[in-house]
Design a protein around this ligand. Structure first.
Ligand code: F6R
Length: 248
C-alpha cells in the first residue's frame, strides 16, 4: 500500500486539499461534476479549513461539486450538535458555495423500516453520477473505515450498522458520556468505498500508530476492516510522523 508520511498534519492536510481542488477544477474545465466522498471526525478538519481558504482567497468554486458523506449516527436529528450534518456545515458547507441540494449525508431521522430503501437509493445516486472521484477516510481505533466495524464484509454496501463499544467510548466526550452515544449508524459499505476512483486514508497522532500499523502491514481480515484497503490499487495512506511511527 502506498504510504506518504508528512512532518505534521498541517502540511499533509494542505496537500490533500490541493489534490481535491485539482479534481474540482479539472472537472470544472470540462463542464463536469466532481463527486467527493467526505468524512467527519477530528482527522479531516484541517483539510476542510484549507478548502475554505482556497474558496475565500483563491476563488475555488464548489458550484460543480456533489458530496456524499460516509456516515451518520442513527438515530440522529440533523440539527443536533453531534450530528454529522452539523459538523459538515460548521467545518465546510457553510463557508463555500456548494449548492445545498448537492449535499448528501445519510439520514438519521428515518423510521427503521425505511432505512434499507434509503441506503439503496444512496448507492444508486452515487452510481448515477459516475461514482466518487475522491474518497476521504479516517480510521477508528477498531480499524473501522466509515462505520464499517470489525466483521464487515469487503463487498458490503450502505447499511445500518451497530457501533463497536470502543467507537462509542471514543465518541463519549462529544456526547457527554458513552450512554448518550447512539448504538447504531448508517454507513457507506466497504464495497461502496472501494468503488471510489481514488481513496485517501488520513491518520494523525501517536494514538493511531498501532491501528495504522495493523491496517498497512497486518493480515487482511474482517477483524480490521481497514486492512481491506491493501487490496485496492488506488488507495494512499497519508500520515503524520507520529501515526507512521510503528511502521516497519
Ligand atoms: C467519520 C468516520 C470515521 C472516522 C474515524 C476516525 O465520518 O467515518 O471512520 O473517520 O472514526 O475519527 P477521528 O478522525 O475523530 O479520529
Amino acid at each position: 500500500v502506498p504510504v506518504k508520511v508528512y512532518p505534521n498534519q498541517e502540511v499533509a492536510s494542505v496537500d490533500v486539499a490541493r489534490r481535491i481542488a485539482a479534481i474540482i477544477k479539472e472537472k470544472q474545465g470540462r463542464g463536469e461534476t466532481a463527486v467527493l466522498g467526505l468524512a467527519t471526525g477530528a482527522t479531516p478538519i484541517k483539510v476542510y479549513r484549507e478548502l475554505v481558504r482556497l474558496h475565500r482567497e483563491e476563488g475555488l468554486s464548489f458550484k460543480n461539486v456533489v458530496s456524499f458523506n460516509l456516515d451518520e449516527y442513527y438515530p440522529m436529528k440533523p440539527d443536533a450538535d453531534q450530528s454529522y450534518v452539523t459538523f459538515m456545515n460548521k467545518h465546510l458547507f457553510d463557508h463555500v458555495d456548494i449548492p445545498r441540494e448537492n449535499i448528501n449525508i445519510p439520514d438519521g431521522t428515518l423510521p427503521e423500516d425505511a432505512v434499507h430503501a434509503f441506503c439503496e437509493a444512496y448507492e444508486q445516486k452515487i452510481s448515477a453520477l459516475g461514482g466518487i472521484d475522491i474518497q476521504l477516510l479516517g480510521i477508528g481505533r477498531t480499524g473501522h473505515i466509515g462505520f464499517n466495524e470489525p466483521g464487515s464484509a469487503p463487498n458490503s454496501g450502505t447499511r445500518l450498522v451497530i457501533l463497536d463499544d470502543l467507537t462509542r467510548r471514543d465518541a463519549s466526550r462529544d456526547f457527554g458520556g458513552k450512554e448518550n452515544v447512539p448504538t447504531k449508524a448508517i454507513t457507506m459499505g466497504v464495497g461502496t468505498i472501494f468503488k471510489a476512483k481514488e481513496i485517501i486514508l488520513m491518520a494523525w497522532n501517536e494514538k493511531k500508530a498501532e491501528i495504522v500499523k495493523k491496517a498497512v502491514e497486518g493480515e487482511i481480515s474482517s477483524d480490521i476492516p481497514a486492512t481491506y484497503l491493501q487490496l485496492s490499487d488506488h488507495v494512499e495512506f497519508v500520515l503524520d510522523e507520529d501515526a507512521a511511527s510503528h511502521l516497519t
